[in-house]
Ligand binder design. Structure first.
Ligand code: AHR
Length: 334
């Protein structure tokens, strides 16, 4: 983990026109120059979308950290579409930005555009999510969480939740997966399954599992269908808080008590998740920290300076049981 350090004093920015990809939402927050008068680093950032509370907090963190660092940020929201991200990255290459950062919506399909960036000698930093690539030199580093470990932590905290609730007999789990093909969906499912296979091959079973696309609406709709097909579900593992919150609405609409009739473990730790947990509707949350902006800007500076950076800069995170929610809620930063 890199130490956080002081950034360059921010210079006041003026918005500039963009020429970025059609379909995606774009904006520029330009600083122009650093306080020392040298040219500001130009960072092209392609965000996944605005699918969740986590994502909003992540976007705010990136924008405010770029401003704080005095960088010119070219920001694009891909609305959860890979083609929009590829267009945005191509546009950043054409504009000749200093560094490109992006949070890939899915893991595969990036080699061609990353090769184009490499050919123009523009370094690429991944943030939040990883990619699968044939050539490791196509990106410099990943700043983000260990999603497999988050899945494992979800499995381990579910053991505590089950013990606390005194749930006896078969554990029938519904899993709400994140966006199909996205690193957090693949890896959280993998980590959770590792715990199941190692310690609960006989007593836990995932009876239904489907994507809710990391959205509240998706979580609600898919959970309603789960309850129809499998009314005896007694545990929900949702890959993020937003889907868990959507599912809570479906559970209540079905006349059941979330957090009691159906024990719920989610991932993220956004404020709304903590509110639901303090109301007794979520039993435990595995934290995934979205406040990656300061670390990202630090890495971008180092990359621009030609310094070596770690291949994966992991985020520090904690886990929370329901009885910690009320005390933790006022201190949550996102
Ligand atoms: O990639 C991080 C995940 O993406 C968060 O857990 C989820 O809320 C977001 O949409």
């Amino acid at each position: 983990m890199l130490n956080r350090r002081n950034f360059l004093t921010a210079a006041v920015g003026v918005a500039a026109a963009t020429g970025l990809a059609a379909c995606a939402k774009e904006d520029d927050s330009s600083s122009g120059s650093t306080s020392g008068g040298s040219k500001a680093i130009v960072l092209g950032f392609s965000q996944v979308g605005s699918e969740s509370g986590w994502r909003s907090a992540n976007t705010d963190s990136v924008k405010s950290a770029a401003k704080e660092a005095g960088y010119t940020l070219k920001f694009s929201d891909a609305q959860q579409k890979q083609e929009n991200q590829i267009s945005a990255i191509r546009s950043y290459i054409t504009q000749g930005v200093d560094v490109i950062a992006f949070s890939p919506v899915v893991v595969t399909g990036w080699d061609a555009v990353l090769k184009e960036a490499k050919a123009k000698k523009i370094p690429v930093v991944l943030t939040d999510r990883s990619v699968e690539t044939s050539d490791e030199s196509l990106y410099v580093t990943l700043v983000g969480s260990d999603f497999t470990d988050e899945g494992r932590r979800a499995g381990k905290i579910l053991e505590k939740v089950i013990a606390k609730a005194g749930l006896k007999g078969d554990v029938k789990i519904a899993q709400l997966e994140g966006t199909t093909g996205a690193a957090p969906a693949i890896e959280r499912a993998k980590g959770f399954k590792e715990v199941m296979d190692a310690d609960h091959a006989d007593d836990w079973k995932i009876v239904v599992s489907q994507t809710g696309d990391f959205t509240r609406a998706g979580g609600k709709q898919v959970m309603a269908a789960f309850l129809q097909s499998n009314p005896d579900i007694n545990v929900l593992f949702a890959h993020n808080d937003d889907m868990g919150i959507g599912a809570i609405q479906a559970i209540e609409a079905a006349g059941k008590k979330p957090g009691k009739d159906i024990l719920i473990v989610t991932i993220d730790g956004v404020k709304d998740g903590f509110i639901a947990m303090s109301e007794g509707k979520i039993n435990a949350i595995v934290e995934c920290n979205p406040l990656l902006g300061p670390q990202l800007m630090e890495v971008v500076q180092k990359v621009k300076n030609g310094e070596t950076v770690e291949r994966w800069i992991k985020t520090k995170e904690g886990d929370f049981m329901q009885d910690q929610a009320a005390a933790a809620l006022p201190t949550r930063k996102y």
